[in-house]
Design a protein around this ligand. Sequence first.
Ligand code: HEM
Length: 405
Amino acid sequence: MLDNTLALMIQGYAWLPDRRRRSRGAPVHSRLMGKNAVAIHGPEAVRFFYDEDHVKRRDALPNPVLDTLFGRGAVHTLDGQEHRVRKDLFMSLLKDRGGLASLADHLAAQWDLARQRWAGRDRIVLFDETSVILTRAICSWSGIPLDDRGSEQMARDLVAMVDGFASAGPRHLRARRSRSREEARLARMIEDIRAGTEEAPAGSVLAAVATHQDADGQLLEPHTAAVEVLNVIRPTVAVTWFVTFAAHALHRWPEHRKLLADGDAAYARAFAHEVRRFYPFAPFIGGLAARDLWWEGQEIPAGSMVLLDLYGQNHDPQLWSDPYTFSPGRFLGREPGRDELVPQGGGDPGAGHRCPGEDVVLIVLQTLVPRLAALHYDVPAQDLGIPLRRIPTAPRSGFVLEPLL
Ligand code: HEM
């Protein structure tokens, strides 16, 4: 079988759906990065994939992805007890109700400051502005000191790390440079905190990571600690993509605007879920078959890549009526099932690798989208196309708006 890595890079989000159509719904077999790969989806597939006896993460992620998106030694690459102990660090920081409420306050304050800045401007690019709002909010919440210029540089670096992970060429090199710069800065900060020459606010992300002990009872190496601080900061800034998609949805389907602007909290949550389901972000996740496996009557030899097709599952007509219709109402009065809506992975986040940041994503969207819906602005002519060949994708223009403040 020919290697499909190039086809994936060229076709982007369209690659797996295209293969799935050709396999008429059966698991998709291919070769990626020199390994046999099989792509599966659906709630049963989620449970199969997240069984650690089936799929391991060590050595599953290619170095170009680690050196841009996640960092070497990240929680994403651990298995078993090592993973559990490291994951508890994220769960305690990101699932705490009081912490999430305080993050909402930081976000609202940064939105208000940004609105003041926009007052004298003809046009803003929402994507760029949101990345700065999120960088300032998450860094202040996490105890990371930043001045205005520093936060703009950091926002650019964090966006670059996400933007360049799945590409070759200049975007990828920018992502690597950005990661090296931010890892070095944060590793120095961790060393200074441990040496007592810098202080981290009690209970902050920075303090918790600096003092965290891994499964072996040791503190994290400063570099690994920096990687894990970035694994809170970078994905929070990545919610910029979803906020920009939310602006796109408000523009295409303005009927949702009033309920959001009026402060209907249940609607804001349903809208946030639908943005996460409808728009393309994480295409799939992967691990390695821990032993010879069987799935739907087909063998998956040990060492093969197993891909869980997140985008495919979020648009599967067997799970979602009219999957290509944007309809927040599908989440009104009900929360999605654990293994049904999977933009950030499936299963139990405490036990497996599911994203621990879903509440953070929801808080960001529930805080910022109603404010965006209440903002008065014009949308000038621009290219709002969302190219499915590009991973990650976004409206090409970054969503330009003319504030009427
Ligand atoms: C921007 C929207 C986000 C998307 C689309 C997203 C998506 C994902 C996905 C697909 C995974 C992998 C799940 C797996 O391998 O099973 C993941 C893992 C992870 N995410 Fe997110 N995420 C987002 C936001 C966040 C936020 C806001 C945080 C933290 C504040 C976060 C922290 C993490 C961490 C630490 C992991 C690794 C978990 C583990 O390996 O156990 N993510 N995310």
